[in-house]
Design a protein around this ligand. Structure first.
Ligand code: SF4
Ligand code: SF4
Length: 88
C-alpha cells in the first residue's frame, strides 16, 4: 500500500458495533485490472474509503469494510469494476 505522508488528514474505516460492514453485503465489486487505467476515480468516490492504492498504483478494495454500494462501478470510466453476487 501507498504510505500517506505525515500530517495529511485522512479517515480510515473501522469495525462498527455490528462488526465489519462486509458481513451483510449482497454484491461485491471485482476489479478487472486489464481494463483499469489507474485513474483513481473509484478511490475518490468510494463513500466508505475502502479502496486503497497498491505500490503499482492499481486500486485495491478492502472487503472487510466495502458495503457493496456499487458507486465505484458506476464511476469507473472504463467499466473495469464489476458488481458480482456474493455467495455466502
Ligand atoms: S462497492 Fe461501495 S463501498 Fe465497496 S468499494 Fe465500491 S464504492 Fe466502496
Ligand atoms: S475508476 Fe476504474 S479505471 Fe479508474 S482506477 Fe478505479 S478501477 Fe481503475
Amino acid at each position: 500500500m501507498i504510505k500517506v505522508p505525515e500530517g495529511i488528514p485522512i479517515t480510515r474505516p473501522k469495525i462498527g458495533s455490528a462488526g465489519n460492514t462486509g458481513l451483510w453485503r449482497v454484491e461485491k465489486p471485482e476489479i478487472h485490472y486489464d481494463k483499469c487505467t489507474k485513474c483513481r476515480l473509484c478511490v475518490l468516490y468510494c463513500p466508505e474509503n475502502t479502496i486503497d492504492l497498491l505500490e503499482n498504483l492499481f486500486p485495491k478494495i478492502d472487503y472487510d469494510y466495502c458495503k457493496g454500494c456499487g458507486v465505484c462501478a458506476q464511476v469507473c470510466p472504463t467499466k473495469a469494476i464489476e458488481m458480482v453476487r456474493e455467495v455466502k
